[in-house]
Design a protein around this ligand. Structure first.
Ligand code: M6R
Length: 607
């Protein structure tokens, strides 16, 4: 989604803004722009397309020490230079960048047009610049506050005025905004990756807050001018973590990081002595944990698939009814919140609008909602009633990979904790821990055989349609495999329960539609093998992910990738890795933009 950067300080602003925008590229965008203030004038450059285009258009000596920049992911109006941000008011004195959606922009625009304002763009954001200009009476902060009172919808805004040099005003309602405190310089960003090269000291701006920023000071107030004292947080990520190192893409790097990121998600949380887990951030006593009668896992996209995997695990190990729900659906179906039900919202970014709004709706109804998040300090972990950080480190590629396996890890630990309070014996607990401990080495040994997956991708990447099929706890893995393939290679892929194909999708099978089966050596193996035969009988090419030494599968499938034998319940980890690699290598061979696939954004902050 859109990205924001703002700078005021002693250095030339333009290179810092461009660099900040580069760090935000991963969020997904289609155009970009900057505005720099210098000697009582504002200079704007904005371009459709990639940042290189903008960079090339910005003159080498673009003077000015305060400015704002933006990467746009179009919602209102087509992708072109004009609709790109920053937007300036008619007089050219005020510039703004905006993330979010202004819901009442049509009415506001109509009114402003009646008052003689001629708009230049098709965006909802432009009304903010025009409102500011009509409300400005020599104090930009006050004009921003008045404007915010009129706006309906979501926004993260940064505004600047040509006659108030070295001043930025930021405001937030529903779209993230972070202040970075540097040495005689300040930055504003839509996420910390934009700031981390300059400072690790940050202040998270909350909904309803306005921040007034100069190179050496900041003040946060609400819309009624009441001062709000803010805590300064320190970002724990290192700059190197958001660099690609020797990898070609962030996605490749993040796939290969998984043995380590899974370990980090487990670190300090496994209690071998009592065969259980410690998850301090849940903020729940053992008595409260014991009272849980139902668990619901709420998320979107890949995080939803992680929730689905865990719903199988939770019911099988802890014997607690558990289901995963799409956040976007849950929010609007007037969910029934029952006593003794615990909700987890799962989100890598912690900013996904669908998930965040579902969480707020559940909390409004009195539910206890815990977060499973990666980004420390994001809105979901701040607003949830407790939770678990997965500590994957920054995930930059749009396609989520390491966050998925770390989400699983955190929720597997929660399952262990709650299962051990119920029917799971000490012995069984130790066995489960042994299986958990094996995951990093298991994933590493699968990664070591990446060349085999690359060869499979070379063979199949020209197919136009794919089916991904699995059963039980590996059914959501099939869904996730299909999602990975379609989002970065643009190959049409559907995930199904292998049992379901006979109820419809089998009609799609022909010689050019490969089916990828997940066939672990679990209780459903025989059934899945039958489903494979059904596909082969219709001349469909079959690729199988099976367990080392499974000759029955090899006898049916056209190609097999073997994973090492493991505990039944940890196969989702082992099976996911080749599917991530398969999507990656297909996209690579098809020449796709792997890290920033078309139309997609890393953090989806609109509904
Ligand atoms: O940040 P979140 O985990 O809340 O994001 C949810 C989805 O938008 C995300 O998983 C999306 O599906 C990814 N692009 C999948 O790779």
């Amino acid at each position: 989604m859109c990205g924001i950067i703002g700078y005021c300080g002693p250095k030339p602003a333009a290179p810092i803004l461009i660099e900040g925008l580069k760090r935000l590229e991963y969020r997904g965008y289609d155009s970009a722009g900057i505005c720099v203030g210098n000697n009582g004038e504002l200079n704007v450059v904005k371009r459709k397309g990639k940042l290189q285009v903008l960079d090339a258009a910005v003159p080498a000596d673009f003077p000015g020490w305060y400015g704002i920049g933006h990467t746009r992911w179009a919602t209102h109006g087509e992708v072109n230079d004009t609709n790109a941000h920053p937007h300036i008011d008619r007089s050219g004195r005020i510039a703004i960048v905006h993330n979010g959606i202004i819901e009442n922009y049509s009415a506001l625009r109509e009114k402003l047009e009646q008052d003689g304002h001629a708009f230049r763009t098709e965006t909802d954001s432009e009304v903010i610049a025009y409102l500011l200009s009509t409300l400005y009476e020599g104090d930009l902060e006050q004009a921003v506050k008045q404007t915010c009172r009129i706006l309906k919808g979501t926004y993260g805004i940064v505004a600047m005025h040509q006659e108030e040099p070295d001043l930025l005003i930021g405001a937030r309602n529903g779209s993230p905004l972070v202040l970075g405190i540097g040495d005689k310089e300040m930055l504003l960003g839509s996420d910390v990756t934009a700031l981390i090269a300059h400072t690790k000291q940050v202040v998270y701006i909350e909904d309803g807050e306005v921040v007034r920023v100069t190179p050496t000071s900041y003040r946060t107030t609400d819309l009624g001018d009441r001062q709000i004292d803010k805590r300064v947080d320190t970002i724990s990520w290192e700059l190197e973590e958001i660099e690609k190192d020797e990898f070609r893409h962030f996605m490749e790097k993040e796939i290969f990081e998984q043995p380590e990121s899974i370990k980090r998600a487990m670190q300090g949380r496994v209690d071998h002595e009592h065969a259980t887990a410690h998850l301090g951030g849940l903020n729940m006593s053992n008595r409260e944990l014991l009272e849980i009668e139902r668990v619901k896992l709420v998320a979107a996209g890949t995080s939803y698939h992680a929730g689905m995997v865990v719903s199988y695990l939770m019911e099988s190990l802890a014997r607690i009814p558990c289901n995963a729900e799409l956040a976007s659906e849950l929010r609007y179906r007037n969910p029934i919140v029952e006593r003794n039900t615990i909700y987890f919202v799962i989100s890598q970014s912690g900013e996904t609008a669908d998930t965040l709004y579902a969480m707020r709706e559940l909390q409004r109804k009195g539910a206890r909602v815990l977060g499973i998040c990666n980004v420390v300090g994001a809105t979901i972990p701040r607003e949830s009633d407790g939770g678990v950080y997965i500590h994957s480190g920054p995930e930059i590629a749009v396609a989520s990979t390491k966050a998925f396996t770390s989400q699983l890890t955190a929720l597997y630990l929660f399952t262990l904790l709650i299962a051990r309070m119920r029917d799971m014996s000490y012995e069984q607990g130790l066995n489960f821990i042994e299986a958990l401990d094996s995951i990093p080495a298991l994933t590493r040994s699968v990664l070591d055989r990446h060349a085999e997956v690359e060869a499979l991708a070379a063979k199949y990447c020209r197919a136009e349609d794919f089916l991904f099929l699995g059963r039980g706890i590996n059914y959501p893995v099939a869904l996730e495999g299909a999602l990975k393939l379609k989002e970065i290679s643009y190959i049409h892929a559907e995930g199904y329960s292998a049992a379901e194909i006979k109820h419809g999708p089998i009609a799609l099978i022909n010689e050019s539609t490969p089916s990828l089966f997940i066939v672990p050596d679990d209780g459903l193996r025989e059934k899945v093998i039958s489903n494979m035969k059904e596909v082969k009988a219709r001349k469909g090419p079959v690729i199988a992910l099976a367990v080392e030494g499974d000759r029955d599968v090899a006898a049916i499938a056209d190609d097999v990738f073997y994973v090492p034998k493991a505990g039944e319940l940890v196969y989702p980890f082992a099976m996911m890795i080749p599917l991530q690699l398969f999507a990656y290598y297909c996209a690579l061979q098809l020449g796709r933009d792997v890290d920033q696939p078309r139309n997609l954004a890393k953090s989806v902050t609109v509904e």
